[in-house]
Design a protein around this ligand. Structure first.
Ligand code: IPM
Ligand code: MG
Length: 373
């Protein structure tokens, strides 16, 4: 990319969002100096922070800022305790997060799960099941399926003299939606170990049958990639039994949501899992949305306990995919690795029995990573 000045929107959101965002921005400032580019970071409220500041989970000004930015660095939104105070359509998950995904056409969600050797103890699996390390990329379709399909509602119905409620969600996928995410997954596999496992429930769901057909057809264009299909229930089990069999896992929206959390647990903690949500590439630019895959964790918010690594690694993905700053992205990833190897552990990846491990807070982990750049 020719430009050396970039504009990003930083939306920290709720819960642990602001404190992990602070560490990500700290790291970004160090990277900026080291590599000599300029990133204009504008912060804006979203989620409950948006509701408190401007009456909406996605305030108009925040959306306008996103529109004129090169990418969005996002924290997390949602505070379940406050949910009952507003209608469900206005709650942050739907009104901000899902809305941004749809608004910007961010159909491709990449969640790279890696268990660093130094964190073998934090993996719930016995060491002999970890093989040479776990390294899985979950490619999740992000703007279709049951999270968006219509009708979506809860209604009152009467049957046999009784009145009760019925909730309806609809799973819908079209051929083009499956094709475009399949291409993303095959291309990602081409840059990795060249294995793609496509996840579906073709033994029960119409969606699963279509998914399998379309992915198989797209696969013919990628003869160098080994394609395998797996039912989602089996995939959940296989991840536990033998995660090293997976390279890229291609999933529809809900299956990807579930399996990426499961995979993240294998890699030590959800606090380690970054994500990139990408739209269609326009020219040399890919607008993207970068967020840790974990939630707001209200129970530990504001206590300097959260692991900032997912947010920091999401920042690295942003540099790579939206800003074209590959070297800077790699520098962040290697600094994270160094900080871990040096024994820094937030609570989620700390085990008392591990020699050389020191328990640190959010800020100290951010400092250690910034110092390792
Ligand atoms: C995720 C989250 C979101 C999702 C929630 C917060 C709506 O779980 O990004 O995985 O389900 O997509
Ligand atoms: Mg999730």
């Amino acid at each position: 990319m020719s430009s050396s000045s970039f504009k990003i929107a930083a939306l920290a959101g709720d819960g642990i969002g602001p404190e992990v965002m602070r560490e990500a921005i700290k790291v970004l400032r160090v990277i900026e100096k080291k590599f000599g580019f300029k990133i204009e970071i504008t912060e804006a409220p979203v989620g409950w922070a948006g509701i408190d500041a401007a009456g909406k989970a996605l305030p108009d000004d925040t959306l306008a800022l996103c529109r004129k930015s090169d990418s969005i660095l996002f924290g997390s939104v949602g505070l379940p305790d406050r949910d009952p105070t507003i209608p469900k359509e206005q709650r942050p998950e739907r009104a901000a997060l899902l809305r941004i995904r749809k608004e910007f056409g961010l159909f491709a969600n990449l969640r790279p799960v890696q268990l660093p050797k130094a964190l073998a103890h934090a993996c719930p699996l016995r060491v002999e099941r970890q093989g040479d390390g776990i390294d899985v990329l979950v490619v999740r379709e992000l703007t279709g399926g049951m999270y968006f399909g219509q009708p979506k509602k809860t209604e009152e119905i009467s049957e046999g003299g009784k009145t009760f409620q019925r909730a309806i969600d609809t799973m819908v996928y079209t051929t083009p939606e499956i094709e475009r995410i399949a291409h993303v997954a095959f291309k990602a596999a081409a840059g990795r170990r060249k294995r793609l496992t496509s996840i579906d429930k073709a033994n029960v769901l119409e969606n699963g049958i279509l998914w399998r057909d379309v992915v198989t057809r797209v696969g013919k264009e990628y003869p160098g990639i080994t394609l395998e299909h797996m039912f989602v229930d089996n995939a959940a089990m296989q991840l536990m039994l033998k995660p090293t069999q997976f390279d890229v896992m291609l999933c529809e929206n809900m299956f990807g949501d579930i399996l990426s959390d499961e995979a993240a647990a294998l890699a030590g903690s959800l606090g380690m899992l970054p994500s990139a949500s990408l739209g269609v590439t326009a020219g040399e630019k890919t607008f993207g949305f970068y967020e840790p895959a974990g939630g707001t964790a209200p129970d530990i918010a504001g206590k300097n306990l959260a692991n900032p690594i997912a947010q920091i690694l999401s920042t690295a993905l942003m540099l790579r995919y939206s800003l074209g700053l590959n070297e800077a992205a790699a520098a962040i990833e290697s600094a994270v690795k160094k900080a871990i190897e040096a024994g820094n552990r937030t609570g989620d990846i700390f085990t008392a029995s591990e020699t050389g491990a020191k328990r640190v807070g959010t800020k100290e982990m951010g400092d250690a990573i910034a110092a390792a750049i």
